[in-house]
Write a protein that binds this ligand. Structure first.
Ligand code: SF4
Length: 211
């Protein structure tokens, strides 16, 4: 990893829960559960690094990508390059173990890869896809302006959190905690109840007023 860059896979952690991002990437804790282990094994299977040429289509696997503009770096599962078009069309594909989600977490990771490809190959990436293992289906993703804006915002916020080095409180949406591999370390219920930070802030500001 280059200095001050964020792993593209970490953006998904931030989009899911900023506290989870901070626990993993600031405090460096990790706890593997069935879902994370299964996802890791899936990526080991697809990360063969083989290049395949079929007619005008070239399939590059496990491609390293970087954006110096956004300070992000990572590895793409698959990059399809269609030479039947001039200029060539680049099409990123990401593999996921689960099924399509309502939220944009997976799409943000794909869009970040697209931003890297655009910078590295001086091109424009308008589409990509996510292949979901559980439902054996490939979902097309439009790399539109709304998705670009969300992705760029998440990148900026993730950099800000890394620089601050502070772990935020648990997110309000408790349903996400059920499937979170870090729930035992995070202790969301205890931290949601814990008002000690608020108490200290009140104490500090009260004392300031007396000064
Ligand atoms: S348990 Fe909940 S609040 Fe804690 S890191 Fe996971 S999702 Fe975030």
């Amino acid at each position: 990893m280059e200095e001050n860059t964020i792993a593209i896979s970490a953006l998904q952690h931030y989009a899911f829960c900023p506290r989870q991002f901070s626990l993993i990437h600031v405090e460096q804790v990790w706890h593997e559960n069935y879902f994370t282990a299964d996802g890791r094994l899936l990526h080991e299977r697809v990360d063969s690094g083989e290049i395949e040429q079929r007619g005008n289509m070239r399939y590059e696997r496990s491609v390293s990508v970087v954006s110096h503009q956004y300070k992000i770096q990572g590895k793409m599962d698959l990059l399809e390059i269609d030479s039947s078009h001039k200029p060539q069309r680049f099409f990123p594909v990401e593999y996921k173990r689960g099924k399509p989600k309502i939220e944009d977490w997976d799409k943000i990771q794909l869009c970040a890869q697209a931003l890297c490809i655009e910078e590295m190959r001086s091109t424009e990436v308008t589409e990509g896809a996510i292949w979901y293992w559980e439902v054996r289906r490939r979902e097309a993703v439009n790399i539109d302006q709304a998705l670009r804006n969300s992705t760029i915002h998440i990148i900026a916020e993730a950099h800000r959190l890394l620089e601050e080095g502070k772990t935020p409180l648990p997110i309000a949406d408790q349903s996400r905690c059920k499937g979170c591999s870090l729930v035992d370390i995070c202790q969301p219920k205890a931290f949601r109840k814990d008002c000690s930070r608020k108490h200290l802030e009140n104490l500090f500001f009260e004392n300031k007023a007396v000064d």
